[in-house]
Write a protein that binds this ligand. Structure first.
Ligand SMILES: [Zn+2]
Length: 156
């Protein structure tokens, strides 16, 4: 009796992933499309980043905390290196604030950001309200690769 009950419990546990059928699939496609091998750790982090199909801004620390609370065994260094690999593959955009704080954005299209100084977080700013009228000429032999707009916010 006890034995049968434990088998039933196991089979229920195995059906659990079907409650969220898409996150792993979405994450796998995201990695493979970027030419990245879907290793277990990459997959776990990719699920946290894009599994629900929504864009988000993370730091290595916040993603590390999210992974830990999901029970994923991963080090902060691995999270950081994985985020770098995702950036190199072009599926994440790095937003640097103060030259030292790095935020990673799953939305890789050009768009402005708010940096909330009191909360140390980054969110999207409305891009339809941004107008850049003129940029300085690029130095001889150079071209402008991109323009990062980070609007710093503080309480009035
Ligand atoms: Zn963004």
């Amino acid at each position: 009796m006890q034995f049968i009950r434990s088998i039933n419990t196991n089979s229920n546990a195995m059906q659990d992933p079907h409650m969220t059928p898409n996150t792993e699939e979405v994450a796998t496609h995201w990695l493979v499309d970027a030419g990245l091998r879907p290793t277990r750790q990459r997959l776990a982090l990719a699920e946290l980043l894009v599994g629900d199909g929504k864009h988000r801004h993370v730091t290595a620390e916040s993603l590390f905390d999210a992974a830990k609370s999901k029970g994923t065994a991963v080090s902060l260094a691995t999270v950081y290196n994985t985020l770098r690999a995702f950036c190199d593959a072009g599926v994440l955009q790095e937003i640097t604030v103060d030259g030292s704080k790095s935020y990673f954005d799953t939305n890789t299209h050009d768009h402005p950001h708010y940096f909330w100084e009191d909360g140390n977080r980054v969110t999207d700013a409305p891009s339809d309200q941004l107008v850049i009228q003129r940029l300085p000429d690029a130095p001889e032999g150079m071209e402008i690769a991109s323009v990062d707009v980070v609007i710093r916010l503080r309480k009035v």
